[in-house]
Design a binder for this molecule. Structure first.
Ligand code: NAD
Length: 407
């Protein structure tokens, strides 16, 4: 999917064939076995990965995913998308991604900590503040970033907060990072409303995934006066056409971990949620949720890809035909990596910014990236995904050609 999207943009750009050859494969890929002692004294061996797709513009950057579907191919695709995302936002990073094939919900806190520390030790030559800077993704959070920072620092012999982003504020994390991806999703959506001359007040939204990104997007949308009519997680979803009481739902999830059992709406499954008639659909869980099979039944006006790769290329074509305005993942969810960049800069300078300053800088960067993509899409008469990829790939390819080839 990542290569198909890239190839379409490369064709349109008439990209230098030598650069093209290089971009379809990662720069480096590392597979590690991660043996840990389980709580019952058994040794279990997990498969871990870290992939650097490109580092033309600076150290590589990307999240670490803990999920049972993690495999080398998926990590490579996610790393490639990170390259385009950083290029599009004008950040001095290349793309990377990592992950461990595991089900974090079935591991105890002690097991998760041992897994994280051993994985960090296994990939230690591969990461570093000037080499590759990890961050949270599906199944990982601030606590896991804190363990990575601590393990790396213990092995180096001094504190290195700038080794990861998305860590707790007490150890050098940035204000606003936890909610940054969800906030960026909403900033993009507000730009889209402006472009489509639509008043956000009272507009309906359905959100698949109620983790870091989905829950924060829901909260901020609710504060902006939109009506969030449905949300779901891995177990089930909840639907209320009048609009869900999002603060009450967040409270319920903080106590029970899942959306299930929330009394403020009717139960809905993930497939039905995606097909609800609504103004805005926000997939904020996993990839390949909108496919050739269900795309014709999607009935939203705007689709904001908060997740990475939620729409397949076949579904893209169907949605375009239906006139859905799609904000692609490399733009829509780039708020996270943008504030991760702010965190890295603050750590390197040992000088920390106020939350207001962070949100204002984020809004400015997201707003101008959205406008750049929109203007190119109107000028070239291409969809927003193709425009976003063209902008980013052109820029990184030019940088590559200017650097030349070694030796
Ligand atoms: P998370 O682990 O915090 O939350 C994931 C959510 O998806 C949970 O509510 C989970 O229950 C739900 N989910 C899992 N499987 C599902 C399924 N089959 N159907 C429906 N829901 C399911 O993860 P996150 O950090 O919120 O990431 C969500 C998406 O956003 C991912 O695609 C990730 O790559 C992308 N993303 C995250 C960040 C970030 O800063 N965290 C940045 C950019 C992109």
């Amino acid at each position: 999917m990542a290569v198909a999207q890239f190839s379409k943009a490369a064709d349109r750009l008439n990209l230098d064939p030598n650069v093209r050859k290089r971009f379809v494969v990662p720069k480096r890929a590392l597979m590690v076995s991660v043996p840990i002692k389980m709580d019952d004294d058994r040794i279990e061996v997990f498969n871990g990965y870290r992939v650097h797709h490109d580092y033309t513009l600076g150290p590589s950057k990307g999240g670490i995913r803990y999920h049972p579907d993690v495999n080398l191919g998926e990590v490579c695709a996610l790393a490639m998308w990170m390259t385009w995302k950083c290029g599009l936002m004008g950040l001095p990073f290349g793309g990377a991604k990592g992950g461990i094939n595991c089900d974090p919900t079935k591991l105890s806190n002690h097991e998760l900590q041992r897994l994280t520390r051993r994985y960090t030790a296994e990939i230690i030559q591969f990461i570093g503040p000037d080499i590759d800077v990890p961050a949270p993704d599906v199944g990982t959070n601030e606590q896991i970033m804190a363990w990575i920072m601590d393990t790396y620092s213990q092995l180096k012999g001094y504190s290195v907060p700038e080794i990861v982003t998305g860590k707790p504020v007490t150890i050098g994390g940035s204000l606003g990072r936890t909610e940054a991806t969800g906030r960026g999703v909403v900033y993009c959506l507000m730009e889209a409303f402006k472009h489509l001359k639509t008043d956000p007040a009272g507009r309906t939204a359905a959100i698949q995934g109620f983790g870091n990104v989905g829950a924060n997007a829901a909260r901020i949308l609710h504060e902006e006066g939109c009506r969030v009519i449905a949300v779901s997680d891995v177990k089930s979803g909840v639907h209320n056409p009048k609009g869900l009481d999002i603060p009450a739902l967040l409270d319920h999830v903080s106590k029970t971990r899942y959306v299930e059992g929330f009394s403020g709406g009717d139960r809905i499954d993930n497939a039905a949620l995606l097909e609800l008639p609504c103004d805005v659909l926000i997939p904020a869980a996993l990839s390949k949720q909108i496919t050739e099979e269900n795309a014709s039944r999607i009935s939203c006006r705007i689709l904001v890809e908060a997740a990475n790769g939620p729409t397949t290329p076949e579904a893209d074509a169907i949605l375009l035909d239906k006139g859905v305005f799609l904000i692609p993942d490399i733009l829509a969810n780039a708020g996270g990596v943008t504030v991760s960049y702010f965190e890295w800069v603050q750590d390197l300078q040992n000088f920390f910014w106020k939350e207001k300053e962070i949100n204002e800088k984020l809004q400015e960067i997201m707003g101008s990236a959205f406008q750049n993509v929109l203007q190119l899409s109107l000028k070239e008469k291409v969809d927003m995904r193709l425009a976003a990829l063209m902008l980013s790939i052109k820029k990184i390819a030019q940088a590559k050609l200017e650097r030349g080839i070694f030796p």
